[in-house]
Write a protein that binds this ligand. Sequence first.
Ligand SMILES: Cc1cc2nc3c(=O)[nH]c(=O)nc-3n(C[C@H](O)[C@H](O)[C@H](O)COP(=O)(O)OP(=O)(O)OC[C@H]3O[C@@H](n4cnc5c(N)ncnc54)[C@H](O)[C@@H]3O)c2cc1C
Length: 397
Amino acid sequence: MANATDVLVVGGGIVGCALAWMLAREGVAVTLIERRAIASGASGANAGSLHAQIPHEPFLGKGEDWARNYAPTLGLLAASITLWRGWPEELATDLDLSTPGGLLVAETESQLADIARKAAIECEAGVAVELLDAAGIRRIAPYVSSRVIGGLFCPAEGKANPLVTTPALARAATAAGARLLAPAGLRHLARVAGGFRAATEAGDITAARVVNAAGAEAARVSAMLGLELPIEAHPIQVNVTEPAAPLIRHLVYHAVERLSLKQARNGGVLIGGGWPSRIRADGRLVPDPRSMAENIAVAIAAVPAIADLRLLRTWPAIVNGTDDWLPILGEAAGVPGFFHAIFPWMGFTGAPVTARITADLLLGRAPGHDLAPFRADRFARSPREHDPPLRTAAQDA
Ligand SMILES: Cc1cc2nc3c(=O)[nH]c(=O)nc-3n(C[C@H](O)[C@H](O)[C@H](O)COP(=O)(O)OP(=O)(O)OC[C@H]3O[C@@H](n4cnc5c(N)ncnc54)[C@H](O)[C@@H]3O)c2cc1C
């Protein structure tokens, strides 16, 4: 006989574990299934940055219209960081959380002009950001290179430790009464009377509602119900140095090069920014040495004092992405009871709000955010449906 639950959460990353905890705390019968180990995906291998601004790389590549379309996500990031600040106490765990602010640094006037265009959109969206000149940057961040001529300060940003966060959420979920099963991969999912039937590696489970929190593999889970989700899966990598004396206070980004740089409380400098790693022919994910060398060079150019540190480790992992960078949230159109809980690219930052919104929807509460921009069916709206009808030669004549 199949085990029965009210809510089945697919995926034991930060989103799934946070959701299981939030639901179990409210007395909901929740079972979470994870195909490998808890936090074995991006949630346990990311760089730990808490982002609050429009990511600069897609802004440069996709432009201002994209950034305005992205702007509703900024409200989610801000709400998520507020939730993050409460987690150390709620979870009774030191998450190495701090929010001293993020610094996007520029070396040329044209880079500064791009930053200013982005800052204008952030201000319109209500994000606190401040443009700084060279003296302003050096006053708060004397460690940045003398080549930096200015930049943007975003006070809400910071970091937390991915190695401890998701395990702490999983412990809290279990303590609150959630059932966490791992390894328990979902093999098959079908709609049945009263809900869903899931065939998993740990046996069959029936559930009234199902949440897709499978990160980069969310498209496969949705496909089991005939739903197409354009989730991307990108192999990227992060580096960490040996511990050093406290030096870098902020989360540091560069105005052109891929860079996120911060110092953990143990002194290690985490260096990332979305540089690609490799997938070998046998399917194994491995670091790309060229990405590593370029990433480190960019980091040293921004913060020269790290040049003498030894690199301890570089590791790869798969990040979940969407082309428009917006989350996918809410109940799937046409499949009542099936919910998406997907925050792409910056899902470590976005996990608390993703879980909170999904929990509120499942509990029948107003989610407190307009979810229209984040609906999965935005992808179904093909541009052709909105294009003006093609003119015929007769009309043109
Ligand atoms: C190298 C790297 C650096 C990053 N840096 C940052 C950062 O600094 N800041 C930031 O905000 N974000 C960062 N991210 C992104 C962030 O880590 C992810 O967006 C976030 O962790 C996604 O969380 P999740 O719980 O949705 O997915 P995941 O952590 O991927 O968890 C999904 C889980 O679902 C499981 N699963 C999949 N299919 C099935 C199935 N069929 N049955 C059962 N289980 C299944 C997987 O095994 C996985 O454990 C980074 C990502 C990477 C890879």
